[in-house]
Every structure is written in C-alpha cells, then in structure tokens.
Design a protein around this ligand. Structure first.
Ligand SMILES: [Cu+2]
Length: 338
C-alpha cells in the first residue's frame, strides 16, 4: 500500500514543527544564567529564533538529503535529466515565507527592545520620565502608570485612594535605582558610585534593585557587556550612554569589553558581583573604611605612593600601563615626575 504524498507531507511537517518547538524550548545549555529581569524577554525572543532556525534547517537539509537518494542516477540510466528552468509558485513561496518571518522577527525584536528600554537615548528618556513621576508624587499630584523599563513600578491612582484629596498620593514600591558611573579605558573598567564616592575595579550590585549605569570612555570606543544580564552597551568618548536593568540572581559574572579597543582588548575583563542586600551593604561599608585607610596611608607616606602602589590599593589589574595611570591620576603622575 502506498501512502499518499499529501499525507506524508503533512506528517513530515508536523514532525518538523514539533522538533522545532522542542529545540526552541530546550536550548538552556546554549545560554549562561539569566541574572537580570531583562534577560527573560531576551531569552524568549532567542527561543523563538531558535525554533524558526531549527524548522528551516530541518526543512532545507531534509529536502537536500531526500533528493540525494530519491533522485540519484540509477546504474543503467544514461539519459539526461529533465530540463527544469524554474518553478514560479515554489519561488514565490520560498520568498514570501522568509520575508514574513523576517518582518515578524523585526517587529518582535523592536518590541522587546522598547519594553526593556535600557539602552542609549531611550535609557535617558526613561530616566527623565521617571524623575518627572517622582516630582509629581512629591507634589501630591495623582498619576497612574504601568511598569516602565520592566524595573520601575509606580502606582498612585486617585481613584483608589480615598484620602487623596487631603493627603499626597501614595506611591508604592518606589525603589530609586542605584546609579553607577562606568568608565572604559585602555584596558580596564572603572566603576564610580556617586552616592558613596566609592571607586572600584569591579562592579558590585545589590540583588533585586534597579540599576542605572552611566557609561563613558576615556580614550577609544569600548563596549560594556555582561552576558548573564543579556545587555551590551557602547562606551563612547565624549558621550554618556546608559543601561537600566535589575539584577535578579546573586552571583559573580564576567564583565567583558565587546569592542576591539587596542592591543590588550582581550584582557579588558573584570567581574560583576550581584550581592544579597546585606552583603552589598557590608561591601559598601568595607570600601568606605578602605578608602579612609588608604587616604591616611597616603598622607603618612613620604614620598607619595607610586602609580603602581596606588593602582594596587585601588584593586586595579596590574597590567595597566603608566600611560593609562597618568591619564587616570594626573596629579599622581605629576607628583612622581617631580
Ligand atoms: Cu575595551
């Protein structure tokens, strides 16, 4: 008995679809831990792309393999093959399907990009918008807004607050983002915490608190990348770029420069450590003490510490050049020269 081609095609189609969906849902090994709230949406997009790619791969490679066997030359066949010049309907189908897929993926990607709202000028708008809201809350105006950037939820609705005519609207769950200034330079990252004055060679963050990174560069273009956060942003001299996100999983993750920035670009790595709230507080306290200590030592010492000693005190990698250090600490460079 011969199975009709239409039935066979249907069965193969269903099998390919099932396999694609399975691969889309089970690609966990390809990606590192998703350590930020924003990573979830990126991973869903990635799963969709993996499913589509798997389906296309199976379809194209399957057709190829099938043709190798089904249309192979038989032992006693000396004739020419049929002169095929084209197949208009087939060509329309294999142009229209990828076009629709690419269009859909483009719209979906942009949707994810907007909902994360964490990069470039969009990030800046996000901050401006948020400050506007804070002011409105401060002046007792009633506002109602949904999640912005996936990391700030502010609910203050006059309709839900019976006393709102006499008391200021109550905003729930406002957490001021932790602001960290990120500086890229050949060949290190420098993290400055404006609220405490801490300067660190590693990025320390508390878990479950929104973070805003203001990213810039001293010399050439670098790119700040933490694969576990699924976020990457250019560090451009003379321009401040942003990343807004919320770490959700404690751990230690690599910070990598993702823009070829010079001879030691490959060594431009450090760590991002997501602490529990308590551990983060302890780290901040320890840094403040260490800063005070190193200042005291600097005052006691005569002559002043060399650039290398200062770098060591700041916990910076020792492959830094004198040139880099003098850019960083012009006053120290001068002191050493004198
Ligand atoms: Cu770099």
């Amino acid at each position: 008995m011969k199975v009709p081609t239409a039935i066979l095609t249907l069965i193969v189609g269903i099998l390919i679809t099932l396999a694609s969906l399975w691969v889309g849902q089970n690609n966990g090994l390809l990606l590192p831990t998703a350590a930020a709230a924003e990573a979830v949406e990126i991973d869903t997009l990635f799963a969709a792309m993996m499913a589509i790619a798997t389906g296309l791969f199976l379809l194209v490679q399957g057709a190829l393999l099938y043709s190798f066997f089904a249309f192979r030359r038989r032992a006693d066949d000396q004739t020419d093959a049929a002169p095929v010049h084209g197949n208009v309907s087939l060509e329309i189908v294999w142009t229209a399907i990828p076009a629709a897929l690419v269009l859909w993926l483009g719209i979906y990607s942009f949707d994810v990009y907007q909902s994360i709202d964490s990069v470039g000028t969009m990030g800046a708008n996000h901050m401006a918008h948020k400050h506007e809201e804070m002011e409105m809350v401060a002046t007792g105006e009633s506002i109602s807004t949904s999640s912005i950037g996936g990391n700030s939820i502010l609910i203050a609705d006059q309709g839900n607050a019976p006393n709102s005519s006499t008391s200021p609207a109550v905003a729930t769950d406002i957490v001021e983002p932790l602001v960290v200034n990120v500086d890229g330079l050949q060949y290190a990252w420098l993290f400055t915490y404006p609220d405490t004055g801490i300067i660190s060679g590693e990025l320390h963050l508390p878990v479950n608190r929104p973070v805003t990174l203001n990213i810039s560069a001293r010399d050439v273009i670098h790119a700040f990348w933490v694969p576990e956060f699924r976020l990457k942003q250019d560090a451009v001299p003379g321009q401040v770029t942003h990343l807004n996100f919320q770490p959700t999983v404690e751990g230690t993750y690599p910070v990598i420069c993702a823009e070829l920035c010079g001879a030691y670009h490959g060594a431009m790595k450090t760590r991002s450590i997501v602490h529990s709230q308590v551990d983060y507080k302890a780290w901040v306290d320890s840094q403040i003490v260490a800063n005070a200590d190193s200042e005291a030592i600097a005052h006691m010492q005569d002559p002043p510490p060399t650039l290398e000693q200062h770098a060591a005190m700041m916990g910076m990698p020792d492959h830094l050049h004198d040139h880099t250090l003098s850019t960083l600490h012009p006053h120290l460079a001068q002191a050493t020269a004198n």
